[in-house]
Ligand binder design. Structure first.
Ligand SMILES: *Cc1c(COP(=O)(O)O)cnc(C)c1O
Length: 831
């Protein structure tokens, strides 16, 4: 085990503080929110455009972390004296040091490592190869898609002496990054999946991108690739002699090691005929359990590796039959008795368990955190040590209840005495004894190795849910947040509007994510929205825009900060504040919206009141709202508003005798008036994936997808009408009509009726026919012959963008989002 005192020589760093005792390095820690075990963790204080790791040192130290790698001595909060028990290493660049440490770890193990890169399919190819080679090897692989400049070091760090093969993926977005990843990973084998348009921005052309990716493979003994990608083939020929490549092809069978011809392809499988010239001429036929092109290409890459290893054909087929689609994201599902289930039923190794527990720990508290866990496989550790580590992870992640399934975990049940635990021999045993009422208001992580078939457990937990679902992609939300963050100065604060059920997306899930990503403030419209966030454990400052005057005590109790917009409200608040201290307020200034707020002519009176009551009242901020921030035509009006605001606020500050936060801009304003960000901006619709100015929509990812299912498909003879009032007009030909399980009570606007709206079924648009009913509506699917009951219909989402849909009925995306009724179940996705 590497000791901390070996790091200075390795990284050319200087020990600012020598650890008082030997300090073996067990974990590399980059994120203060993800402390597993503090002892033996080394924190690398990385920095990014919006982020400086040094800031978290006091918090980490308080939580027991004792080893730090920093690159700015002057930025250590409190100076060295604040960390008497610590070891602190100063290096030139903390990221570089992290990579050097990982590279040194990698060098200790003389095992083959397969590096996977390419534009698409990296994670799937890696996961499939791990599945297909599992019978022969003990594999260490990157968790999920840990393939970046920090992901690769963390992946490689997981290697230990028991592994016989490493499979790691590498992803880059700029030039010169791949050489760094190659230095860490030191691959002996390589697989180049393909080249496409992903991450094009950092490169001048595809050739340059291929050349950059090739840097991973310069020292490999064998590179696997598909010869049909011409640029990849050219680059491989340039850098590697023929005998260090192993190729497959569908277009040039005589040039490749493996020639593939498609014999037959149907909906869900493909039969491939494969011939090899070497070592002996041979022909085989394999059935791949997929037929879509990306899956087929990924599977053929994996197949090439197996053929190269000379795994017998019958055995290859046997393994292919058990190949599973890879779940790329953790799904959060609403379940019975107010529980939520985090579905991670695909694999179960230690690194993956740790990641999934991180996600569990980040969920808002709704009662207990529960884990349903199968035997942990492929760890290379003896049972006692393995389950002791699992038990430690449960403790650090606040798991209170464990259901263990499998003989091994049951055998080690004595290690789990700190949680409420029950054990079963098999999944069937669990299901036989399953009593729904034994789970109540819990967040349940279901994590099992594939062969335990835990998807059956998830199904058992899922309430019979209404066919209409709003999917909220929390990962997209986080990306949109980062996009707006990249547009504001590091010192500008970010308030996020989570009013109206977070624009329909689900208040506490969104608020929880925002808290995790360190937003500065939240804002809601009404007091009870704020109370509900507090009851779900949200601790960020919250502004309430329209507090009810009779509930000031509630504001106090839940520490909610009211917006005050009139003298009447101010007097009420002051009266209450004289009895008992109340939270700070936000002053709303009306500069032209003419809705709520103090006008410029109110200022003298307002200032006098503030001055006289300085002892009872604290003002946190002053704000105004632009009437036309999103449109060019209102620019001069917006500028007048901003100028008025800038005239008014100094007077307030003068009266108060201290400075307050000043903020004016919503999502559109953030992008259009960068010079007016002031102390804080208020992000709303942009977070939810709609770019209100319409100019930078491509920079955002859609967050919400509203989808429903087809309940029935009918064939209508010519001349028949559809629905209420016979509004679905008769036509001359035979039609197929699908009835969808969504209506205006779900928030699907009646104005979409009679052809105004469309939905997407099997990738094609289908127009609404007849009137939208309360719980249902009908679409014409005559041209979509495959449409049948049970199919999903997208109402809005990636295939049917909200702005388009809104304009069809003359409204704005805000209305469509917030109209989705609360009876529609929200399903949340995270990475
Ligand atoms: C809703 C709201 C915002 C956010 O507006 P978006 O257009 O959704 O970005 C900002 N400020 C105030 C006062 C709001 O009410």
């Amino acid at each position: 085990m590497l000791d901390f005192t070996a790091l200075p020589a390795l990284t050319h760093g200087t020990l600012l503080r020598t650890p008082p005792r030997p300090a073996p390095v067990h974990q590399l820690l980059l994120d203060s929110r993800r402390i597993g075990q503090a002892t033996g963790s080394v924190f690398f204080a990385l920095r990014g455009p919006q982020h400086n790791g040094h800031v978290y040192m006091p918090e980490l130290y308080a939580r027991g972390v004792r080893l730090f790698v920093v690159d700015r001595a002057a930025e250590i909060p409190g100076g060295l004296l604040a960390y008497p028990e610590a070891g602190i290493l100063l290096v030139d660049d903390a990221l570089d040091a992290l990579q050097t440490v990982a590279a040194a770890h990698r060098r200790r193990f003389r095992v083959p490592v397969l590096g996977v890169t390419g534009s698409n399919g990296k994670t799937i190819v890696k996961e499939w190869l791990a599945q297909l080679l599992a019978p022969d090897e003990l594999i260490c692989k990157s968790p999920r898609s840990y393939n970046s400049q920090v992901g690769v070091p963390l992946s490689v760090w997981e290697l230990n002496a028991t592994h016989t093969l490493g499979i790691f993926e590498a992803g880059i977005s700029q030039r010169h990054e791949m050489a760094r990843l190659a230095r860490i990973m030191q691959p002996t084998l390589g697989l180049f999946t393909n080249i496409g348009t992903a991450h094009d921005a950092g490169f001048t052309n595809h050739r340059e991108k291929v050349e950059e990716k090739m840097q991973l493979f310069l020292d490999v003994d064998t590179l696997f690739y598909c010869l049909d990608h011409e640029l990849i083939h050219a680059a491989a020929q340039q850098h590697l002699p023929e005998h260090r490549t192993f190729t497959w092809s569908r277009l040039h069978p005589h040039l490749a090691h493996v020639a593939v011809t498609v014999a037959e392809s149907s909906g869900d499988r493909m039969v491939a005929r494969v011939s090899l010239a070497r070592p002996l001429p041979q022909e085989h036929t394999f059935t791949l359990p997929f037929a879509d092109e990306p899956s087929v290409e990924n599977a053929l890459h994996a197949l090439a590796v197996l053929l190269w290893r000379q795994v017998p054909a019958a055995e290859i087929q046997h393994r292919l039959d058990r190949l599973q689609p890879v779940a790329m994201r953790l799904e959060m599902k609403q379940a019975l008795n107010d529980c939520y289930v985090l579905d991670d039923t695909y694999n179960n190794d230690l690194a993956g368990l740790n990641l999934a527990l991180d996600v569990l720990a980040r969920q808002p508290r709704r009662g207990r955190r529960t884990l349903i866990l199968s035997d942990v496989l492929e760890s290379g550790l003896a049972g006692a040590e393995l389950y002791a580590r699992v038990a430690a992870q449960l403790a650090t992640h606040g798991v209170e209840r464990l259901v263990g399934v499998g003989l091994e975990i049951k055998h080690h049940q004595a290690l789990f005495q700190q949680v409420e635990a029950t054990f079963y021999n098999t999944t069937d045993d669990f299901l036989r004894q399953f009593r729904p009422d034994a789970f109540h208001q819990e967040t349940i992580l279901v994590k099992g190795a594939r062969r335990f078939g835990f998807e059956r457990i998830v199904t058992a937990f899922q309430r019979q849910i209404h066919g209409t679902v709003l999917e909220v992609d929390l990962e997209a939300l986080a990306q949109n947040l980062n996009f707006y963050r990249s547009r504001i100065q590091p010192g500008t604060r970010l308030m996020v509007m989570v009013k109206a059920f977070a624009y329909g997306s689900g208040s506490y899930e969104v608020a929880n994510l925002l808290e995790f990503h360190r937003a500065d403030y939240l804002a809601v419209a009404y007091t009870d929205e704020g109370v509900s966030l507090r009851q779900h454990g949200i601790s960020l400052p919250i502004m309430v825009m329209n507090p009810s005057p009779d509930a000031f005590q509630v504001l106090r109790q839940y520490h909610l900060e009211p917006e005050i917009y009139s003298f009447e409200r101010l007097h009420d608040y002051l009266t209450a504040a004289r009895q008992q201290p109340l939270p700070a307020i936000h002053l709303k200034l009306d500069t032209g919206m003419r809705r709520l707020g103090f006008s410029e002519t109110d200022l003298p009176e307002l200032c006098a009141l503030l001055r006289d009551n300085a002892a009872h009242l604290r003002v946190a901020s002053a704000l105004t709202h632009l009437a036309g921030a999103d449109e060019e035509q209102h620019n001069s009006f917006s500028e007048q508003q901003l100028a008025a605001f800038q005239r008014m606020t100094p007077q307030l500050e003068e009266a108060l005798g201290y400075s307050i936060l000043k903020h004016a801009l919503n999502s559109a304003g953030i992008l259009r008036f960068p010079e007016a960000h002031m102390d804080m901006v208020r992000l709303g619709i942009g977070l939810y994936g709609v770019e209100a100015t319409g100019r930078e929509q491509d920079a955002l990812r859609p967050v919400s997808t509203l989808r429903t299912t087809i309940s029935q498909v009918k064939t209508l003879p010519p001349g028949e009408t559809v629905g209420y009032s016979r509004r679905g007009q008769a036509v001359e030909y035979e039609r197929r009509i699908a009835t969808l399980a969504i209506g205006y009570a779900d928030g699907y606007d009646r104005r979409f009726g009679n052809g105004a709206g469309e939905v997407v079924v099997r990738g094609q648009r289908a127009p609404i026919i007849g009137n939208v009913c309360m719980d249902m509506c009908m679409v014409d699917v005559t041209h979509i012959s495959a449409a049948r009951a049970g199919d999903v219909a997208e109402i809005f989402g990636p295939q049917l963008p909200l702005p388009e849909l809104a304009s069809r009925i003359g409204t704005i995306p805000y209305e469509l989002l917030t109209n989705v009724s609360e009876r529609v179940k929200r399903v949340f996705f995270t990475e």
